[in-house]
Design a protein around this ligand. Sequence first.
Ligand code: ATP
Ligand code: MG
Length: 356
Amino acid sequence: MKSYRIACIPGDGIGKEVIPAGQRVLAALAESQRDFRFEFSTFGWGADWYREHGEMMPADGLQALKPMDAILFGSAGDPDIPDHITLWGLRLKICQGFDQYANVRPTRILPGIDGPLKRCEPADLDWVIVRENSEGEYAGVGGRAHQGHPIEVATDVSMMTRAGVERIMRYAFKLAQSRPRKQLTVVTKSNAQRHAMVMWDEIAVQVAKEFPDVKWDKELVDACTARMVNRPKSLDTVVATNLHADILSDLAAALAGSLGIAPTGNIDPERRYPSMFEPIHGSAFDIMGQGLANPVGTFWSCVMLLEHIGEQAAAARLMAAIERVTANTKLHTRDLGGRATTQEVTDAVCAQLALK
Ligand code: ATP
Ligand code: MG
């Protein structure tokens, strides 16, 4: 029987609740499929590890992850530790170490969930946002001088390379081509940022020639936020820089009903390294340990993980099980206006998977 090695990194806060829930659902799925199995390895990295060892993950942590088929990640963040330590010390270390340059974020309105867009039918909102995940505004290039003095200066340099933009653009066009509408919107701010953003536009024109069957257009990021709210149906696949897509995808998650249901994949399209799947929400310490965390974002991330490892049929079965559960408003967690617990939602998805 085929066996997949899955690394589970719960991390911090509600990551410690939703990742075990995701693991249970994957195990229930494998149990009911009977044609593959999972070998899970759990890594207790994150803020607690930092308090004990002075780092978010061990120096040889990437070595331990490398032989895995995929990584399921919870969240990194702690109210007592600065974000740049928790983020750069774990999640970004893995994304960068494994060159997971495509961050992919599907958004749909799931059955039973009411988004804030009152005039929007669920079928009107079906997007995938592709975020450049390796450079750009989050390249970490910049510096500070004269700290604390009136002449203090600080810079964050947005660094874009031709190779980096070409590979994310090609990935986005390919993804758009694989979707029914074959449509891509390339988002920039090239009216105000005259260098790297203009290069994005040029590269879009160049790469588009390789995909004559994909319909594509350009949009400015500010206009794109309004378009997402006013004309959701006009968008399908969207590609944007690290910062722009970060913001657009939080808006997308909110328009789909809750941050708690949104999934994402950090993908190495060349498959040199394992890719990493995670709910887009953070550690959410305000609701931690109370059974309030919505596990749907993690379950949907498991669907993406299954698609990535090539188990398309199992992925479709899990998505159908998730949708049958969200359709029942009695199984909504508090973020969706319901009263169900993390465990009740997890039990319900496992029960759906046990049905033949
Ligand atoms: P971090 O600093 O790690 O990003 P955060 O505390 O900023 O974490 P977010 O994940 O960004 O938290 O979420 C913002 C708020 O949305 C949370 O405080 C929480 O109330 C709510 N929330 C996020 N994820 C979920 C979830 N899975 N289920 C229920 N509520 C959620
Ligand atoms: Mg946050």
